[in-house]
Ligand binder design. Structure first.
Ligand code: ATP
Length: 235
């Protein structure tokens, strides 16, 4: 089942186009890696999925719900870790994740387990009782990621979730994403690191100047484009 369906999406900021006629689907249990250089339109695409950016043309449906006509209902089906961190600095890591779980409607009786599982998956147990303002950048980013996943939404949007995260904990983030996909979550994962999408065995959608430049499985694209694709590691 397609959890995310984007059809002919065109978005402009003023008269500057940021996305042009973009279509993609993410099925339940599938991970789509969104790649592309700075300014390619990855964040704009995610913004359109959560209804924060209004399209000039095209449609976005989340779990069958049209974002244009039912924005709140569609939004409630999406876990979104934006590029900009949105955490409360004076609350602890556990409080941030618990409060967010409550806002997302995780029932009280299930909340503590969901929070502890998520904190543990992202290797945050040891810092869970510290105010977020006292955590490192990479730890804060993982708290932010935990807030997006704690309610186990059908669709997960992660915008460069491993920026500033060290290699060991990056693996934990990737494992968490893989496990969620294995239980049926549809994941859209934006990154500049091709090895990450390879590790996730993701379907790649490569955006360039607001258009889909190419798409396919990582292995197939590497075979087809070789070093051009590898250059994306530093794009
Ligand atoms: P990055 O890899 O740097 O995060 P991105 O692929 O996420 O880039 P977007 O942030 O979606 O790219 O930007 C796409 C285009 O839209 C860029 O040309 C950018 O300058 C422009 N843009 C993004 N947000 C706005 C805004 N709020 N107002 C005007 N232009 C914007």
């Amino acid at each position: 089942m397609a959890v995310l369906e984007v059809r002919g999406l065109t978005v402009g900021y003023g008269d500057r186009p940021a996305l042009r006629d973009v279509s993609l689907t993410v099925e339940a249990g599938q991970i789509v890696g969104l790649l592309g250089p700075n300014g390619a339109g990855k964040t704009t695409l995610m913004g359109a999925v959560v209804g924060a950016v209004r399209p000039a043309a095209g449609t976005v449906r989340v779990a069958g719900v049209d974002v244009g006509t039912h924005p709140r209902r569609a939004r409630s089906r999406v876990g979104y870790a934006e590029q900009e961190l949105a955490v409360f600095p004076t609350l602890t890591a556990r409080e941030n994740v618990t409060d967010w779980a409550a806002i997302c409607g995780v029932p009280r009786r299930a909340r503590a387990d969901a929070v502890e599982e998520t904190l543990a998956a992202l290797l945050l147990d040891e810092v869970a009782d510290r105010q977020v303002r006292t955590l490192s950048g990479g730890q804060r980013r993982r708290v932010h990621c935990a807030m997006a996943t704690v309610a186990r939404p059908p669709l997960l949007l992660l915008d460069e979730p491993t920026v500033g995260v060290d290699p060991a904990t990056r693996r934990a983030v990737l494992d968490h994403v893989r496990e969620l996909a294995a239980t049926g979550t549809a994941v859209c994962y934006s990154t500049h690191y091709l090895p990450e999408v390879a590790a996730l065995d993701a379907m790649v959608v490569l955006l360039a100047a607001g258009r889909v430049a190419t798409r396919g499985l990582v292995g197939d694209l590497l075979a087809r484009y070789g070093s051009t694709m590898v250059d994306l590691r530093v794009a």
